[in-house]
Design a protein around this ligand. Sequence first.
Ligand code: F6R
Length: 618
Amino acid sequence: MCGIVGYAGPQTPSTTSLDVLLEGLARLEYRGYDSAGVALVTPRGLASAKRAGKLERLREALAENPLPEGTVGIGHTRWATHGRPTDENAHPHLSADGQVAVIHNGIIENFHALREELLGEGVTFLSETDTEVAAHLLGRALAKVGDLTEAMRAVVARLKGAFTLLAVEAGSPDRVVGARRNSPLVVGLGDGENFLGSDVAAFISRTNRALELGQDQIVTITADSVEVTGFDGEPVVPHEYTVDWDASAAVKGGYPTFMQKEIHEQPKAVSDTLLGRLDDQGRLELDELRLDTAVLRRIKKIIVVACGTAAYAGHVAKYAIEHWCRIPVEVELAHEFRYRDPVVNEQTLVVAVSQSGETMDTLQAIRHAKDQGSKVLAIVNTHGSTIAREADAVLYTHAGPEVAVASTKAFLAQITAAYLLGLYLAQLRGNKYTDEVAGYLEELAQLPTKIQQVLDRAGEVREVARSMSDARAVLFLGRHVGYPVALEGALKLKELAYIHAEGFAAGELKHGPIALVEEGTPVFVIVPTRRRPELHAKVVSNIQEVRARGARTLVIAEEGDEAVTAFADVVFRIPETPTLMAPLLTVVPLQIFACELAAAKGLDVDQPRNLAKSVTVE
Ligand code: F6R
């Protein structure tokens, strides 16, 4: 949510600070694209430009009115919280004297009181944002203390909420100062140049060396130095790490959109997540788990906390973990968990699932769980992210960078990792023998090939999707693990194609939702494998029930399942697979359907309206 980049480095004729900032913003644009802006420190003072809309609008503005060359600079791409997406509300914001430029990610919760105070002192505001408060405070503090880092320290002491702030000032042409509280900020260590970014994508094309910043820290970078202190001024030695993906992973690789590329990377996301998990005895070993096995043996309950697609991955995992481990599993939206009074204690394992590892709702939920004495295990895709660092244990998914705003490959990787956790617990707690665990792992190992088989038939889904671009509402039905898949299919269609879509448990149909079905209503039905005849027969009946009321039925069923043919207007086939493995296949046609339907409507598949990749505000 909002992308932030800061740069301090040498000017060369081929690369200017502005080039570096714009490249960083292009890679961060998935975090928000309501507006974009930059500020540079130039020999003539601060120079800045900003525009509502995507980065392209800013590039056009810069082409019309070029900025003078600057030394250091900051850049921002916005996901609007306070104030509409207008030129005025775009970042950077300047202090009243024009000496300081500030960009911000997060929400300054006490901005109203601070704004009133500043208005009372005669300050004029040019925007509706909370950020402008920080810009004015910083300008005033700088005038008093004369040093940008010290001024930042004075300002953050007055702010409440979650924020990353970056600032440059006219009188310090060599430095960028950043501060973080509950909002992401990483440092990139280059060769004679240094970077600040919301995430490593901001600088990955120039360096893969990064520094983790902790909560409540202030960082000052120049081209050849990085200094980190706590908000209290105490020096901090941050942890350096190497980013394990390169810039090429974040380019489209021949696909028209990131989403198509990421859908096609799903076999690899699953196989990479499974990689290297067995010890030399063939036992499942999750080395990265930092939790004592005694603790894991004692657990009486698991609560999965997550949001959106990640929560649906948790729903799928519930079926498997309860079945394998006989531990009750609850799945709860992180923002609901946080604000009720959940019954958790030291015998509860809270499992946080998050692609970005920065989702504020999920982060707050795990903090709440830890306060109640629970152990927290995070299933996360982004190394060094805040959730990964604050959890007691981490199980990384290896999906690689997910750039398209709508999650696809991370979903499959999350289910895979949660299944590994379930099998590990079953092995550890003696619910399953090693050979039984090996059997399930063998089934999982076959999935990348089967997912590829589903992808090979993408053309069939594309054709149907492209013929349905005038659909007004689409329903999705599933039973057992097919139910969360139905929810995910509906979410993908809503967010990408802006079509009203609802997912239901097929058994719930007769309790109300069937009233929505009218002549021609498209209804997707996810049919369970015939290995579970009791589930299969019920869903086949559900197809007939909606068809009898005029629905156009789009059925996802395994190869050879002829029971559905008579009642399906369209059948998308998936390879035969055991029930618990099926979500990793059945969701794929639904992702392709949403993506292709959105493309047919001429919509931006990678950056759907009103959304952002990482939701770093509550
Ligand atoms: C939907 C989607 C979102 C995310 C949710 C959680 O396509 O991407 O629903 O799944 O915002 O994000 P993470 O996994 O980063 O915590």
